[in-house]
Design a protein around this ligand. Structure first.
Ligand code: NAP
Length: 474
């Protein structure tokens, strides 16, 4: 697999590429040097001034086509590689992970002002305009984004490696082809012994679960043992569907709206945490044929938080008091956090807070959030199409906070944008979705879930990008 580094001139791509190449014991290539080797000019500036930018871009595309066929290699690209989509296509000819090294314009300016070898940075205003134009292109092209401000090339390279590892499992070590390629070349066909998992809901056609689970089955090569499908089951059809599910011995049933509570009396056994939450989103057939209900929305909230912070003793504000809030409240309380519940309807916040010995507030008392370490937003405020709405004013957000939103359309809600601006660490709702699916996957298959594949499927489907946040003290 190749690692392709993208970023504006001066982002540190060349140095980081060398560090990565050394760590991984593979070669790196500097595309600008390859362009020079093809040209008769002594410098990139000379190609620009004597032959023009178009001539440079043509050479660049040629070089991308050549190096896109070589693997494994770390590719350090020129800042303008994103100007032509054919460059990116060419660099993806082999399995490749695109990493955007994001550096703020202020830092670039410090590094590059006065550097006569950078033809496009001779005029700061023009460079700023170019930066603004290219930024969304880098973001769109990237599989992941690594912030480089204030970090050494070694630190950036370590983050890139962690990220590559996270997104690809161990593929960068084994150089296996991507899951996509495997899916195309080795189709798995269900057989008479294939276990059926499914999602029930109404509506259900929009669900990402079948795609996410089936790709994950392929990734860990259990697609002949398991298949995941969706079935539209209306509220009044649940009992009938349940009789059918038992008779057909389905392996796992994912329950979404409107079945999360209604399924409970039909089950043989209930996980204690699901019982506290009062909702089940995952039903598993046990080895003795009985069916047990779980709530993996709890893991959906708690696992992403625990990856970043030890929740024990932390003050956690849960915004909302509906179904997702219940999963969050019981999950963080179980992890040892102090819980504050804020809700539009105060009585609902009070009832929920009372169940966990927490405190309750109306959304009008949002100031209380200022003193919290973690905020988990679970209302529907800010969901597409109302993307400008936020349940909390930006004034209550702090740089030390970890802010998670359950909403995943849009990928980054107004609240998360405000939190990012305030310097906080943000977790998009897509991550909650992935992790409830991870827990579900493990209950259904008994295998470790390929988290990176599941994240990739979700980011592709929702057109989002996983950010690598700055290091934070826990
Ligand atoms: P729910 O049970 O209906 O609860 C809705 C919550 O939103 C209630 O607390 C409600 O407050 C509040 N609310 C609704 N409109 C509001 C408004 N205009 N102003 C202030 N508060 C408002 O819904 P849910 O099942 O918990 O789902 C909530 C959100 O979480 C949805 O966006 C859902 O898509 C998302 N979710 C995401 C995942 C995931 O995997 N990422 C999983 C589950 C849910 P009141 O009590 O005052 O009505």
């Amino acid at each position: 697999m190749n690692i392709v580094l993208l970023g504006f001139m001066g982002a540190g791509k060349s140095t980081v590429a060398s560090v990565l190449a050394e760590k991984l014991h593979i070669s790196s290539v500097e595309l600008d040097e390859e362009i020079l080797a093809l040209s008769e000019r002594p410098t990139i500036s000379a190609i620009f001034s004597l032959d023009g930018e178009d001539a440079f871009r043509r050479l660049e595309t040629q070089v991308c086509q050549t190096w896109g066929l070589v693997s494994p290699v770390i590719v350090s690209t020129g800042g303008g590689v994103v100007e032509r989509s054919e460059n990116l296509d060419a660099l993806r000819q082999r399995d490749a992970l695109f990493v955007f090294l994001h550096t703020s314009f202020a830092t670039l300016q410090e590094r590059l002002e006065g550097d006569s070898t950078r033809p496009l940075f001779q005029n700061v205003e023009a460079a700023r305009a170019l930066f603004d134009k290219r930024l969304p292109r880098y973001m769109n092209a990237a599989d992941c984004i690594v912030d480089t401000d204030g970090k050494t090339p070694e630190a950036v390279a370590s983050i890139v490696l962690d990220e590559v590892h996270r997104l690809t499992g161990n593929r960068h070590k084994t150089l296996r082809p991507s899951a996509m390629v495997q899916a195309c070349t080795c189709p798995s066909v269900p057989s008479a012994s294939t276990e059926v998992c499914l999602i029930w809901g109404d509506p259900v056609s929009h669900s990402l679960s079948p795609r996410m689970h089936n790709e994950a089955y392929r990734e860990i090569e259990v697609a002949e043992q398991f298949v995941f499908v969706a079935a539209q089951v209306q509220a009044q059809e649940l009992e009938q569907a349940w009789v059918g599910a038992r008779a057909m011995k389905f392996r796992g049933i994912t329950c979404t709206i409107p079945h999360k509570q209604a399924i409970i009396p039909l089950l043989d056994e209930l996980d204690p945490l699901a019982k506290k939450v009062g909702a089940v989103n995952t039903v598993v057939r046990l080895s003795d044929g009985r069916y047990k209900g779980y709530n993996t929305d709890v893991e959906g909230v708690v696992l992403p938080l625990k990856e970043r912070i030890d929740l024990a003793g932390k003050r956690v504000a849960i915004v909302g008091a509906g179904g997702a809030a219940r999963a969050a409240v019981f999950g963080v309380q179980d992890a040892g956090a102090e819980v504050l519940v804020l809700n539009r309807t105060l009585e609902k916040a009070q009832a929920l807070a009372e169940e966990v010995g927490g405190s309750a507030y109306s959304l009008q008392d949002a100031d209380v959030v200022e003193g919290c370490d973690v905020i988990v937003q679970t209302t529907s405020v800010g969901m597409t199409p109302h993307i400008e709405d936020s349940p909390l004013p930006s004034s209550v957000l702090r740089p030390s906070q970890l802010v998670m939103d359950a909403i995943y359309t849009p990928w980054e809600t107004r609240l998360l944008q405000d939190a990012r601006k305030a310097g906080a660490t943000v977790i998009p709702g897509a991550e909650m979705f992935v992790y409830q699916g991870v827990a579900q996957f493990e209950l259904y298959t008994g295998c470790s879930a390929p988290v990176s594949t599941m994240k990739r499927i979700v980011s592709e489907a929702l057109e989002g990008t996983w950010h690598v946040e700055k290091e934070r003290a826990s």
